[in-house]
Ligand binder design. Structure first.
Ligand SMILES: CCCCCC/C=C/C(=O)SCCNC(=O)CCNC(=O)[C@H](O)C(C)(C)COP(=O)(O)OP(=O)(O)OC[C@H]1O[C@@H](n2cnc3c(N)ncnc32)[C@H](O)[C@@H]1OP(=O)(O)O
Length: 385
């Protein structure tokens, strides 16, 4: 084993794998995957870097011990403070979700850092080259995980581009179904409000125009996505992460999830084709409560109104959802694709027209005082949702 990794970097941050055999308390259904992931870590040829090791450490602690319960280390105890911060950031993330996220993270690392384990070609592929996502393709399921947990998976410009790239790749790969989910305690807090701070030489008008072009292209990718697209809403969802759910084929939600579209509060207007899909899904009165008055729905309410397919208790969410998804992935892929076409195609032209109109209205809205003030208030920490 000459190319076994040099674990001297563990002196910087004690690696979770070291503790695996000390803690058998977390034995559950997915313990096997968890153990495999830990073994996989040992096979990494390259040091993944301290930031990733901190993430692994935090997920390991959360998966085995639950929320951070240690006293905060002093400011000069830099290493332990970094570890504590990483763990504490995970908040009340359930153990099972942490285990799953650990497995996903290792899975994405294994390809990007060249695991020395033998992977059977074509059966288990992981995409590399994403900064804001984890993308895995395994057992007929391509899974795209929003991966900015410290920012509640807010969608920055890079993430918009990466999601589009991942969807385009998923539409062509040999998977049968595609899943979008979030890493950490949020599904997504929606558009990253700092997107509005990077003003190009052409000023705010050019910024608004570019943003409208990006948004239209982004939503267009969901309208045109050819395979069954499933949202696994692991926690609260805000803004555009909610509106595009109307373009998904199935939406599973944890009972911890909430659905919030505070467009009026932000001086903005609906996007993601929600001005059309939400009306069809829940009727104009309920859609107006959400899209105009910013009513936040619980997962149960969103399910009763048809936006969500099914809700599961957070403690069993991952297990129950992935059991279903694995079964769906075994169905004949061409039949699923064609059925989706039959169900969705007659709406496509309409959806593209709605998308174009929403983006053009938003382009104007972003230049309004109402919108600018709301963004400034959030960024200057004066307001949150
Ligand atoms: C190309 C443009 C296309 C535009 C498309 C149109 C899209 C519209 C929308 O999506 S509208 C919705 C926009 N989202 C929001 O308004 C949410 C703003 N965030 C919040 O209100 C809160 O952060 C929260 C309620 C989501 C969570 O609160 P809390 O639990 O107290 O956590 P923190 O606020 O401390 O958040 C941690 C960390 O994340 C940063 N953050 C969270 N959400 C966003 C965001 N949407 N944009 C930017 N940054 C976000 C937050 O600032 C903290 O950062 P820090 O640790 O302070 O560095």
């Amino acid at each position: 084993m000459s190319d076994f990794p040099d674990f001297s970097y563990l002196q910087v941050i004690s690696f979770p794998v070291v503790q695996l055999h000390m803690n058998r308390a977390a034995m559950t259904a997915s313990q096997k995957d968890f153990e495999n992931a830990m073994n996989q870590v040992k096979l990494l040829k390259k040091d993944p870097g301290n930031e990733v090791k901190l993430k692994l450490y935090a997920l390991y602690k959360q998966a085995t011990e639950g929320p951070c319960n240690m006293p905060k280390p002093g400011v000069f105890d830099l290493i332990n403070k970094a570890k504590w911060d990483a763990w504490n950031t995970l908040g009340s993330l359930p153990k099972e979700t942490a285990r799953q996220n650990y497995v996903d993270l290792v899975s994405s690392l294994s390809s990007s850092l060249e695991s020395s384990s033998q992977v059977e070609p074509g059966t288990d592929r992981k995409s590399t080259g994403y900064e804001t996502l984890m993308v895995t393709s395994e057992g007929g399921i391509t899974k795209i995980t929003l991966n900015r947990p410290a920012k509640k998976n807010a969608i920055n410009v890079e993430m918009y581009h990466e999601i589009m790239r991942a969807l385009k790749a998923a539409s062509k790969d040999d998977s049968s179904i595609t899943v979008l989910t979030g890493n950490g305690d949020y599904y997504s807090s929606g558009n990253d409000l700092t997107n509005f701070t990077d003003i190009p030489p052409g000023g705010v008008e050019e910024k608004a125009k570019n943003s409208a072009i990006l948004l239209r292209e982004f939503v267009g990718c969901f309208i045109d996505f050819p395979k069954p697209l499933i949202a696994v809403v692991n926690g609260p969802a805000v803004g555009i992460s909610v509106t595009i759910l109307g373009l998904f084929d199935v939406v599973y939600a944890s009972d911890r999830a909430t659905f919030h579209t505070p467009f009026s509060h932000l001086g903005q207007s609906p996007e993601g084709c929600s001005s059309y899909t939400f009306l069809k899904i829940m009727g104009p009165a309920k859609a107006t409560e959400m899209l105009v008055f910013g009513k936040k729905l619980t997962a149960g309410e969103a399910c009763a109104q048809g936006l969500v397919t099914a809700v599961f208790p957070d403690s069993t969410f991952q297990k129950e959802v992935w059991t279903r998804l694995k079964a769906f992935a075994k169905l004949p892929p061409n039949a699923m694709r064609i059925s989706k076409e039959v169900i969705r195609n007659r709406e496509k032209e309409k959806l593209h027209a709605v998308n174009a109109e929403e983006c053009s209205v938003l382009q104007e809205r972003w230049l309004s005082d109402e919108c600018m003030n709301a963004v400034v208030n959030f960024l200057s920490r004066k307001s949150k949702l």
